[in-house]
Design a binder for this molecule. Structure first.
Ligand SMILES: Nc1ncnc2c1ncn2[C@@H]1O[C@H](COP(=O)(O)OP(=O)(O)OP(=O)(O)O)[C@@H](O)[C@H]1O
Ligand SMILES: [Mg+2]
Length: 309
């Protein structure tokens, strides 16, 4: 998987814009007013629990589902136009590959449908599918099938890649391989929108995380910002015999608890709290500052949304 030649980058344009998107299936409100702007070259992870509306949103970006209200523009085009022009490559969560074709034949057929496809050999090499290119699609393992789907998303040489849980059902190594191939491609200037359930994947591979729950965006920002949003950090220290109510009153501290000789400070501003702690209690030992995990942030934000209903 070499890193040369992937994409000249999108033409200057306004990237992707989702404006007040709404979609219901009967009485199920799958997407309930999603606003999202993605700049050209950005990699955005769409994260959220089952049924959050990730796939519905993605299907609207791909022009597979028509919104009830709101608009989608992809590089200034309607989704169907952008797809026809080969500017969007999609990898869906469901659906099987065309049968009775080899991997190479399938990639060739799909390449022939677009105005400016990549070379088939180049795509096979970049996605790690060359080794089984002559195998029928029906004989592939789950991980191999995912790679072929990735090849099909890439072959149009799109400016925008939209991937719905691309690594679902892959083992750890296959996931790592997938993302390393993906990185090579994204470094060529492509815009990427992917849905995932793996928090560590979103954290590791996206510039930005958009959290969805119950059809809405509940948080949107860099992973670090999302972590900070939920009160962020805790400070632990060994500090015997100190009154926690005094600690609780320090700048930047929102809560303080004692566990034996240790104190745990929950902080809104951990920098201010740390300064106050060290100034006021030079005897504090084993001081540790920790960020809240993305998992924690995720649960809190999703939980907050539920409470608001
Ligand atoms: N074709 C459909 N017909 C009826 N309901 C649907 C359809 N597609 C999705 N839904 C419903 O819309 C809601 C959002 O589903 P969606 O597939 O967008 O969620 P998701 O975030 O992709 O979930 P997952 O993580 O499970 O893939 C769910 O309640 C789902 O049952
Ligand atoms: Mg989905």
């Amino acid at each position: 998987m070499t890193g040369t030649g992937w994409g000249t980058g999108p033409a200057a344009g306004d990237g992707i814009a989702l404006v007040r998107l709404v979609k219901s299936y009967g009485s199920v409100q799958a997407v309930r007013g999603v606003d999202l702007v993605i700049a050209p070259g950005e990699t955005v992870a769409l994260l959220g629990p089952n049924g959050a509306g990730k796939s519905t949103t993605i299907d609207m970006v791909l022009g597979l589902t028509r919104p009830d209200a709101g608009t989608v523009r992809v590089f200034g085009l309607a989704p169907a136009e952008a797809v026809a022009a080969g500017r969007i490559g999609g990898m869906l969560q469901t659906g099987s590959l065309v049968e009775y074709l080899s991997v190479r034949e399938l990639v060739e057929v799909v390449a022939s449908m677009y105005p400016h496809p990549r070379g088939v050999d180049e795509v096979l090499a970049a996605t790690g599918t060359a080794a089984f290119a002559n195998q029928r699609t029906t004989t592939l393992s789950g991980g191999q099938t995912q790679r072929v789907r990735f090849a099909l998303a890439l072959v149009a040489d799109p400016d925008l890649l939209v991937l719905d849980e691309p690594t679902a059902a892959l083992d750890v190594e296959a996931r790592r391989d997938f993302w390393s191939a993906m990185r090579t491609v994204a470094e060529g200037g492509k815009t990427v929108l992917f849905a995932t359930h793996y928090l560590e994947e979103a954290d590791a591979y996206a510039d930005r995380i958009v959290l969805m729950a119950r059809g809405r965006v509940v948080a949107d920002g860099p992973a670090t910002e999302i972590k900070a949003k939920v009160g962020g950090r805790t400070i632990r220290a060994t500090l015997p015999g100190t009154d926690v109510s005094v600690l609780r009153a320090m700048p930047g501290v929102t809560a303080a608890d004692r566990h034996g000789e240790s104190v745990v400070l929950t902080c809104g501003d951990s920098d201010a709290a740390l300064r106050a702690l060290l100034d006021g209690y030079p005897q504090a030992r084993d001081v540790e500052v920790r960020g809240a995990g993305l998992e924690e942030a995720f649960l809190q934000l999703v939980g907050g949304e539920e409470e608001q209903r």
